[in-house]
Design a protein around this ligand. Structure first.
Ligand code: HEM
Length: 420
């Protein structure tokens, strides 16, 4: 690797989006985990500051996650590429903020995602899952992404937000374009969806973000005129420290929730179904003992590692795993690496629906940014598995998955599964 200015060169490329067309480069992650200390991984084209320290061990991901004062989310951008100050400001949301802003913003939404509130959505999620599974079986299988894994989470998050279900396909279309922006760039022209904002100011550099902003504004006007019981009304009415959300905070929140509530859980459901189709013995274990379903949910999420990484920026000179890190250096936590670390998991490459000790970091390594929707995601995956168990659905492999060229979402755009 070319850029070795800051530390030992990474023995493997884990950042090029196209690598992920063949799946997570687990051998590369293993090679990096085995190097003492941290390795420096080149990325981008801005000289020696354009790379990052690759954090791939479980314990190191925890340390970065739990030290937000040293490893900041607000100074840089939490995705891999660098942004100019105005672009960072225009896009800033909960995920790119530090305390006290983060604490204030998180308080606005945290009540909507507690275990208790989440249980209120379970019946709705179960009805949607049951219908999708029944249709899938009636069709004799097909594209699991389009028929089950994409519609279920988007319908649930839209219901929570109060967005009409008939717009679900449009929301999936837009967020798919956002994921594309994390890979080799958007396929959309800059003026798609009537966009006139320079794309560098838009989340994921994508004109689809403009469309989501417009949609958020439409919802804002609707709910200002007619408040409902939904989360959009909640966001608009929320007062944190005596202040309402600004217009930019509201629309970035809306966009974050539509994206995060949808692409991630979908990805877990895809890799989970693929794993169950490939490991019929593990599905048979679940059928024989459905009480394993709670463990199976977390194993599906560990296995999938839907979000591959989050980045932080060192706010001061520090040290991690014995490696000195300078203020301003980028530090990237690779959950995909931590989730196969043999120091944290027995037999990490085994898909084990009964895994007892499963401290996976697919939702982050702890600390203030730990996934807001973790209970919701777990609930959705659990009802899906339960509705499949209730109908004795047995999945079998079909086509090879069409994977995405993204180093951020472990995405699959389609995969045929059969019903055995
Ligand atoms: C299996 C599904 C999911 C996975 C794997 C996942 C993963 C993650 C990860 C890795 C983070 C960053 C953690 C950190 O920086 O420490 C995160 C944050 C977040 N997630 Fe999730 N997520 C999932 C589902 C959801 C759902 C359903 C929602 C819906 C509301 C959601 C909303 C968020 C939000 C708003 C944040 C930012 C939290 C903050 O910065 O305080 N996620 N998620």
């Amino acid at each position: 690797m070319a850029d070795t200015t800051k530390g030992p060169a990474s023995p493997a490329d884990i950042a090029s989006p196209t690598i992920y067309l063949d799946g997570i480069p687990h051998e590369g992650f293993a090679a990096i985990r085995e190097v003492d200390g941290l390795v420096w991984h080149p990325y981008g084209d801005q000289g020696d500051r354009s790379g990052f320290w690759a954090v791939t061990r479980h314990a190191d991901v925890r340390e970065v996650s739990k030290s937000p004062d040293v490893f900041s989310s607000a100074i840089g951008h939490t995705n891999l590429w660098d942004l100019e100050a105005d672009a960072l400001e225009a896009r800033r949301s909960l995920i790119d903020s530090d305390a006290p802003d983060h604490t204030r913003l998180r308080r606005v939404v945290s009540k909507a995602f507690t275990p208790r509130t989440t249980r209120n959505w379970e019946g709705m999620a179960r009805d949607i899952a049951a219908e999708l599974v029944e249709d899938f079986v009636a069709d004799g299988g097909g594209d699991w992404v389009g028929k089950v894994a994409a519609p279920l989470p988007i319908k649930v998050i839209l219901a929570i937000l109060g967005v009409p279900t008939e717009d679900a396909d449009y929301m999936v279309e837009l967020t798919n374009y956002l994921v594309e922006g994390t890979g080799e760039g958007t396929s959309l022209p800059d003026d798609a969806y009537g966009n006139t904002t320079p794309t560098r100011l838009l989340p994921f550099n994508s004109p689809a973000s403009h469309a989501l902003y417009e949609y958020a504004e439409k919802m804002r006007q609707l709910r200002m005129a007619e408040p409902g019981e939904d989360l959009v009304t909640g966001l608009l009415e929320a007062e944190a420290d005596g202040e309402r959300l600004t217009a930019a905070e509201y629309r970035n929140f809306f966009q974050l929730l539509v994206f995060a509530g949808n692409e991630t859980t979908r990805t877990a459901m895809i890799h989970g179904a693929m794993a169950l189709a490939e490991h019929p013995d593990e599905w048979a274990r679940l059928q024989a003992d459905p009480s394993l379903v709670v463990r199976a949910v977390d194993e599906v999420i560990r296995w999938a590692s839907p979000i591959l990484h989050m980045r932080r920026t060192a706010s001061r000179d520090t040290e991690l795993a014995g490696t000195p890190i300078a203020a301003g250096d980028k530090v990237v936590m690779w959950y995909a690496g931590a989730n196969r670390d043999p120091e944290a998991f027995d037999d990490p490459y085994r898909f084990d629906v009964g895994r007892e000790d499963n401290p996976h970091y697919a939702f982050g390594g702890g600390g203030p940014h730990f996934c807001l929707g973790a209970f919701l995601a777990r609930m959705e995956i659990q009802v899906l598995l339960e509705e499949m168990l209730a109908r004795d659905v047995v999945l079998a492999p079909g086509s090879a998955p069409e994977r995405l060229a993204s180093n951020f979402v472990h995405g699959v755009s389609s995969v045929e599964l059969a019903v055995a």
